[in-house]
Design a protein around this ligand. Structure first.
Ligand SMILES: [Zn+2]
Length: 392
């Protein structure tokens, strides 16, 4: 038997892992594993490794029975996953609840329906079962903890992270970033390794990450939200978001993801440089998945709140828009000072912040610099962060 690694998970915005008929009945480990795998693929690609496309025809094994660097850990037909993961047991007593938010007054805009997810804390148990022959058990754990660290500091876990869900804190992760990066590198030394070319799928070097901080009055958070939407149904559900309880380690959530998304999309609509196909790709219209993920806001002390905007940009979006053009527009909307990247700084208070009615926002922005390697970029994200390494 190997040692079980226990990681405490504490939600900052609701966790969504999917379930029956569009509601979340319980915590599904498959929803967590699926998202860990997605990040693992992005990291492997960004470090020059080999990751197949598990959703396409190209999945492992190949005809010669070989596996890519991701399947070597997460498994595929004929190869079991290198670890077991057990999530907290929780049953959703109020599966049918949802928050209906309509931000604009447009008649043909239906609004958003945010289903009830999991808020609280619990334990994730990771049990190593086997590991690639070039690794030790410790290297398996380190490579997984790198994913946990990236998700915790910059993004989200589970499904629907485009719509505000999945920001979590993990306690009990102690990742040695350099050792983890070295472990990823060693995967290239496997015998019988399948080499898949990096086929314009999410790769960490093409990701941007932003955190935004702002203040609200201490009282009347419900009013604060209501003043920023055309309609929000079901006061009860809004109260569920705003509820906090010291004993349960449950803090309030400001469900602002749809509001932020609405105003960003409006700006995209007016921006000459973003054609309609690129806009659909960025914001997920007409059946496309949104490339841009926007979290709800969570407390960061005092009357301070923080939310995240992040995503992977392909080198070229549909249409004629390049990654750097799309990111340039996004930075412009957010009022980011290009001389001040990777540090919290006062955003220029342009149309976006006025539309949101948020004064004196601070933003921190990360994207890979031209000469920076994928591994240096990951190192900067995880070791330096916005405040020299401390995760606030
Ligand atoms: Zn594979």
């Amino acid at each position: 038997m190997h040692d079980v690694l226990t990681v405490k998970i504490r939600t900052l915005t609701p966790l969504w892992t999917g379930g029956l008929d569009g509601t979340m009945d319980r915590i599904h480990e498959t929803g967590i594993i699926g998202s860990l795998r997605w990040w693992y693929e992005a990291i492997v690609r960004g470090l020059g490794g080999s990751a197949c496309d598990p959703t396409g025809d190209g999945k492992c094994p190949d005809k010669r029975g070989r596996y890519c660097d991701v399947c070597a850990v997460f498994g595929a037909t004929g190869l079991k996953r290198a670890f077991r993961l057990e999530g907290p047991e929780w049953w959703n007593e109020e599966r049918g609840r949802r928050l209906k938010v309509k931000v604009g007054r447009h008649r043909n805009h239906r609004g958003w329906f945010l289903g009830r997810g999991f808020m609280g804390e619990g334990e994730l148990n990771i049990l190593p079962l086997r590991w690639p022959e070039v690794w030790t058990e410790e290297e398996l754990i380190n490579s997984l903890l790198l994913v946990f660290a990236l998700v915790e500091r910059w993004a989200g876990v589970g499904a629907k992270t485009q719509q505000g869900y999945g920001v979590v804190a993990f306690d009990g992760i102690d990742v040695d970033v350099q050792k983890a990066l070295d472990a990823y590198g060693k995967l290239k030394n496997r015998g019988d390794r399948r080499v898949v070319s990096n086929n314009n799928l999410p790769s960490i070097d093409g990701f941007f990450f932003a955190k935004v901080r702002f203040q609200t009055p201490k009282q009347d958070l419900g009013e604060w939200v209501k003043n920023r939407v055309a309609r929000i149904d079901s006061d009860g559900e809004l109260n569920w978001y705003l509820y906090s309880d010291a004993d349960l380690q449950r803090k309030a959530v400001l469900p602002i993801s749809p509001i932020v998304r609405y105003h960003l999309r409006n700006l995209a609509r007016r921006e000459k440089g973003i054609d309609v196909r690129a806009r659909h790709r960025l914001f997920g219209e007409q059946g496309k998945k949104s490339l841009i993920h926007i979290s709800h806001a969570y407390p960061v002390g005092g009357n301070g709140w923080e939310f995240r905007i992040w995503g992977w940009m392909p080198k070229h979006l549909d249409g004629s828009v390049s990654r750097s053009e799309a990111l340039g527009s996004l930075k412009g909307w957010l009022g980011i000072e290009s001389s001040n990247l990777r540090r919290y700084h006062a955003a220029r208070n342009g149309q976006f912040w006025q539309a949101l009615n948020i004064s004196t926002p601070e933003v921190c922005w990360f994207e890979k610099e031209k000469e920076e390697s994928g591994s240096d970029y990951l190192g900067a994200l995880l070791q330096d962060g916005c405040e020299g390494g401390e995760n606030a």
